[in-house]
Structures are given as C-alpha cells and as structure tokens.
Write a protein that binds this ligand. Structure first.
Ligand SMILES: CC(C)=CCC/C(C)=C/CC/C(C)=C/CC/C(C)=C/[C@@H]1[C@@H](COP(=O)(O)OP(=O)(O)O)[C@]1(C)CC/C=C(\C)CC/C=C(\C)CCC=C(C)C
Ligand SMILES: [Mn+2]
Length: 395
C-alpha cells in the first residue's frame, strides 16, 4: 500500500455466553449488563477508567454521551480551518480540499472495494466524510499493524493523539487530515471515539491475552465499536425514526463489536503466529483448552464446541446491530447492510471450514459477495421500524 499511509458478557457458568442488549426511547432507556471479571484500568482512557463497573456499563456511558452530543450539536460546531501551523498547501482552498477527499476515496477503494462501492449510494457529502473517517481509522490501525509497526512506541501513539487534537482544532498536517478536519467541522462528530481507538492501539502494544470477555469487549469497543460511534453522526438518523438516538448508537456499537469478534475468530491462526490470543482465557479453560491447543492448531471436538459458542455470541451482536440499521437515513442504509451481511457470512465460512481457523482463512467468495449487494439493497428499502424498548437475549 502507498507509503503515504505509513508515515505517519461474560455469563454464568451454565450459560457461558450472554449479551443483554437495550434500546430505549426518549431518554428513558435503561441498560442491563452482564457480570464480568475485574481488570486493571490504570492507564485506560479517563472517560471509561472506572474499575468498579463492567466494560459494557462503561462503554454504554460513552454511547449515552455521544447520543446526547449529537442531539445537542445537531449541525456541528462553527470550527473553521486554522492556518497557524504551516502546511504544504492551503487546504481551505476548495480545490485542494476536494482533491484531499478524492484521495481518501482512492485509499478507501484500494483497501475496501466492496465498502467503497456501498458508499456510492450515499449523498456525495456524506460519502466524502465517511472516506475521511475510514482513512484516519486505517492509518491508525497501520501504526500498530503495518510494516513500520515494530518502530511504534506508546510515545508515537501520543504524538498521533496530539495530531488528532490538531485535526479537531482545524490544524491539519496533511491532506488526509485536512479532509477529516473539514468533516468534523461539518458533522457532529466527537473526538472521544477517535481517542478511544488510539487507546485500543496502545492496548495492542502492551497486551496479548484477554482474561475474560469483559476485557475482550473493551478491546473490541476501542478498535471497532468506536467506528460505529464515529460513523452515525455522518450517516444520520432517518427523520422518520422514532427510535431514541442512544438506541441507534447502541446498534452501531454492536456492529463494530460483531465485526471485531468475527475478525478475531477468522484470524485465530494468524494471530497465534504473532503470539497473540484474542480469545477469553476463562472460556478457553472452561472448554478444556489452553494457549497450547491454539499454538498446536489441531481441530478437535473441544475446539469445535468452543468455536460454536464464540460464533453464537458474535451473531448475537450482529442481531443487535440489525435492529438499528433501518433507523439510519435511507441513503446510508445500503452500505451498512452490505458490510453487515458480508461480515456476518465470514462466520458461516468458519463453520463451512469445519472450524479450522488455524490454517484456513474464512472468506466470502465473489459470487456470495455480489449476491449480498442486492440483498442489502432490498433490506435498505425498509425504513424505520422502531427499535423495541428493551431486548434481552440469553443463550
Ligand atoms: C445503526 C448502525 C448499525 C449503524 C452502522 C454503524 C457503522 C457504520 C458501523 C461500522 C462498523 C465497522 C465497519 C467497524 C469496523 C470494525 C473493524 C473491522 C475494525 C478493525 C480494527 C482492527 O482489527 P485488526 O487489526 O484485528 O484487523 P485487520 O487485520 O487490520 O483488518 C480495524 C482495522 C480498525 C480500523 C477500522 C477501519 C479501517 C474501518 C473503518 C470504517 C469506516 C469508517 C466506515 C464504516 C462504514 C460502513 C458503511 C461500514
Ligand atoms: Mn489491523
């Protein structure tokens, strides 16, 4: 890839896997949480650094705050690009800004073709903003996962965060930043999910095991749930929607978590070869498995049973997310359905591979991908259905 980018609930024992989802209306919503084990939060982001509560509770507080902010700001703040800091070009110039957005679109097309195709149905303004957010997320992930990852230190992430503050204050460093600066000046996008994604990358630098689902949930929020929270203010909620803002944000969070859990299940072998195990250690132990079994990479009945539970949990998060998609603005629904249906099918593919995610990479073939697009389009035609007030599901 281009060098430009590079520089830069847990449940009770008899019910081992459960999630309790929520959707409410008019600010009266409540949320129930699974009980999860304690974890050290000393260096986590202050917004969610409270060890006495579960990750779900703390993340849900961020959701509520984001929903309140979007209601408050509606059309964004009056920030304008500030040129105190020298840049290579004048990005307040319409042509340069437009070139910056085009470049974001190219990066998006190069990395995520199907998703790029999905954005084509969105209004031009929204599509550009989503591209800018996409590129920032991709660059952030590249810091810890790209070819220069071995040189990345917590200090480098601190600098990336400082640069993020500059972007939000209208002081972009380069054209990708300029596109994001412009986006956050136009849409009620808050900095918190961006900071939290950087926090997820910090976690990746220092942690390679997750004791329980509570810890894993927090990681998934940081690196993926945040994407949902960044995207909703741009995608917009349908004017016909009667669902509460927080319930839509909650669904967006669930989609990010579902995607990341799916990523983790698909990449078990690949991650283990990098010394990483993103599976809850307590659930592995309950299934009679350990890290050794993962490094050995043999598909056994114990492994199959364990995987069935993990897949089931990921599907529950997808179900949770599905309830929110129809509440989005009509033009935003198609790309979200497309990405949801495609990602969800990776889980089917893991099953079709007889749970061999050690040496076989689960993927969705071209035909299935193509068939998903009209299926997504059909679903996108369905408008707001009103999220039920509270949904509680246990497996
Ligand atoms: C109401 C409702 C359901 C609204 C929809 C909200 C919405 C658009 C949610 C998007 C969820 C989403 C696409 C999350 C991304 C999850 C993800 C895959 C995160 C990856 C993290 C790190 O993973 P890892 O390193 O293990 O994996 P790789 O091997 O590196 O792949 C990420 C890579 C973090 C970076 C995330 C991105 C680059 C994706 C950013 C995407 C967008 C901004 C666009 C989202 C919009 C649509 C239409 C899907
Ligand atoms: Mn990555």
């Amino acid at each position: 890839m281009s060098g430009v980018l590079l520089w830069v609930s847990c449940g009770p024992k008899e019910n081992p896997i459960s999630i309790v989802g929520v959707a409410g209306r008019g600010g009266r919503s409540q949320k129930r949480f699974g009980l999860c084990n304690g974890i050290s939060f000393a260096s986590f982001s202050p917004a969610i650094a409270d060890p006495s509560r579960s990750s779900e509770e703390r993340v849900y507080e961020v959701v509520l705050k984001q929903a309140a902010l979007v209601k408050e700001k509606k059309k964004g703040t009056e920030r304008t690009l500030n040129l105190d800091k020298p840049m290579e070009g004048d990005f307040t110039n319409g042509d340069l800004l437009s070139a910056a957005y085009d470049r974001c679109g190219e990066v998006c097309a190069e990395y995520a073709k199907t998703f790029y195709l999905g954005t084509q149905l969105m209004t031009q303004e929204r599509r550009k903003a989503i591209w800018a957010i996409y590129v920032w997320c991709r660059r952030t992930d590249e810091l810890v996962d790209g070819p220069n990852a071995s040189h990345i230190t917590p200090k480098a992430l601190d600098r990336w965060q400082q640069r993020l503050y500059d972007v939000f204050e209208g002081r972009p460093y380069d054209m990708y930043d300029a596109a994001l600066s412009d986006t956050v000046s136009k849409y009620p996008v808050d900095i918190q999910p961006f900071k939290d994604m950087i926090e997820g990358m910090r976690l990746d630098l220092r942690k390679s095991r997750y004791n329980n689902f509570d810890e894993l949930y927090l990681y998934c929020y940081y690196v993926a749930g945040t994407v949902g929270l960044m995207s909703v203010p741009v995608m917009g909620i349908s004017p016909e929607s009667k669902a509460s803002t927080e319930s839509v944000y909650n669904a967006a969070l669930a989609l990010g978590i579902a995607n990341q859990l799916t990523n983790i299940l698909r990449d078990v072998g690949e991650d283990s070869r990098r010394g990483r195990v993103y599976l809850p250690q307590d659930e592995l132990a309950q299934a009679g498995l350990s890290d050794e079994d993962i490094f050995r990479g043999k598909v056994t009945d114990k492994w199959r049973n364990f995987m069935k539970g993990q897949i089931q949990r990921a599907r529950m998060f997808f179900d949770e997310a599905e309830k929110g998609v129809s509440e989005l603005n009509s033009a935003s629904r198609w790309p979200v359905w497309a990405s949801l249906l495609l990602y969800r099918q990776i889980l089917d593919s893991i099953e079709a591979n007889d749970y061999n995610n050690f040496t076989k990479r689960a993927y969705v073939g071209k035909v299935k991908k193509l068939l998903s697009l009209p299926a997504a389009y059909g679903r996108a035609l369905l408008g707001p259905q009103n999220l039920t007030k509270m949904v509680t599901r246990k497996v």
